[in-house]
Design a binder for this molecule. Structure first.
Ligand SMILES: Nc1ncnc2c1ncn2[C@@H]1O[C@H](COP(=O)(O)OP(=O)(O)OP(=O)(O)O)[C@@H](O)[C@H]1O
Ligand SMILES: [Mg+2]
Length: 389
């Protein structure tokens, strides 16, 4: 799990077969993550050099990068992060599918659907018998990303999958059906390490670990990190931890605390802690009560801006589609620019951005749509797929 040695730019240059000036440019353009030494020199982790090479070598038709938002601890902000990152990815023109792997169905709900009224959930498809294609599971949302929903019936997952040889790879197989239609697939895991969560670890290229600051330590995350390591060894050698995110932070000096934690060891384990911290705010509750997503309802607010920074860091870490759009993320919000900065021009996901109420959350508009949704006619394969990279 180590990120390896810290390399000097000259050593990086040697590994990449370019000159040191080019490495400097990669670092300046944020294509290659680097840290500063106390003396002000750049250093790059071996793992980041490997990731850079993998990105360069990644075929354009490899399909979506799959990212699991995972933490077996409840209420840390997994679903909120999934929804906001999904909406913001859509905003910059990326094709994104979010998958609700939690029987609570909170992601399904926040994206405008009544979990219990959905015709086919991701769990139905995972369970199989009868086989349900992903095209019948995936639904469009007003907020932007496509959604594979879930509901309470998925509490039966362990029992339903018990004894099946393929129990751990059902999700991998299903996402394989639609992977080529998306740039990113985000998996919102339930607060446990049961069979659906294991399916997520087997399907994902990256794990993102939302966590509260108090748990942001090797000890706090030990069990999860061990399960990730197991998944990597047994079934999914591709799996990497993209990073941990400090969520619901309320201390004024939180950035310094995160830095301290970094120095104290998480990064020796190879776990990046994203620089962006997500602050605690009652606005999230307001948005949740209105069945919405912060990034749609308050696109210019500081919390959405924080999620833009987080997305920029995430794109930079995983590489892949959208990396060249990071400047777009960094400028939106600062300039008061429209949220509709994507290349698809569909206007979806912007329905609620016009009027803001006093609490900074846009007046509820068309977010709470079609409670009795069905997948008919919105299959990922049937719809036009924009988002030229
Ligand atoms: N930054 C934040 N500040 C304050 N409240 C937040 C923040 N982010 C999310 N919340 C609220 O905290 C609660 C838990 O968030 P969320 O559902 O995203 O967590 P979760 O990890 O997905 O939970 P679970 O483990 O139950 O699935 C929700 O009511 C949400 O609206
Ligand atoms: Mg959740």
């Amino acid at each position: 799990m180590t990120r390896g040695k810290l390399l000097k730019p000259s050593e990086v240059a040697e590994r990449l077969g370019v000159d040191a000036g080019t490495v400097g440019r990669y670092i300046r353009d944020k294509r290659l993550p680097a840290i500063y030494t106390a003396g002000g020199h750049h250093r790059v982790y071996e793992a980041d050099v490997d990731a850079f090479l993998a990105r360069v070598e990644r075929p354009r038709d490899a399909g979506a990068i799959i990212i699991a938002l995972i933490n077996q601890k409840g209420g840390v902000g997994k679903t909120t992060a999934t929804a906001n990152l999904g909406v913001l990815m859509h905003e910059i023109g990326l094709r994104v599918l979010v998958v609700d792997l939690d029987p609570q169905g909170s992601l399904t709900w926040s994206l405008g659907y009544q979990p219990d009224s959905v015709q086919h959930t991701i769990f139905d498809a995972i369970k199989g018998e009868p086989e349900i294609p992903m095209s019948e599971v995936i639904m469009r949302t007003e907020a932007g990303p496509d959604l594979a929903s879930n509901n309470i019936l998925a509490t039966q997952a362990d029992r339903a999958l018990f004894g099946k040889v393929t129990w751990g790879t059902r999700l991998t197989h299903l996402l394989g059906e639609v992977r080529k239609h998306y740039d990113y697939i985000l998996l919102d895991c339930a607060p446990n390490l049961n069979s659906l969560t294991v399916n997520a670890l087997h399907a994902a290229d990256y794990a993102v670990i939302p966590t509260q600051l108090e748990m942001l330590s090797v000890n706090g995350l030990r069990e999860l990190l061990q399960r990730i390591e197991e998944a990597r060894k047994e079934a999914n050698a591709r799996l990497r931890v993209a990073g941990a995110v400090a969520m619901m932070v309320q201390h004024a000096n939180s950035n310094r605390e995160v830095e301290q934690i970094l120095r104290e060891g998480l990064d020796e384990w190879g776990i990046r802690v994203f620089q962006t911290v997500i602050k605690r705010s009652t606005q999230y509750g307001t948005v949740a009560n209105r069945q919405g997503v912060m990034a749609s309802m308050n696109p210019r607010g500081e919390h959405t801006q924080a999620y833009r920074h987080l997305l920029a860091e995430l794109l930079q870490t995983v590489g892949g589609p959208g990396v060249e759009r990071i400047p777009m993320l960094e400028s939106t919000g600062n300039t008061g620019a429209s949220t509709s900065t994507g290349t698809r021009g569909s206007g979806r996901g912007t329905a609620n951005t016009a009027a803001s109420s006093d609490d900074g959350v846009a007046a509820v508009g068309a977010t709470s749509t079609a409670g009795t949704a069905r997948a008919t006619g919105v299959s990922a394969s049937a719809r036009p797929l924009g988002g030229e990279r």
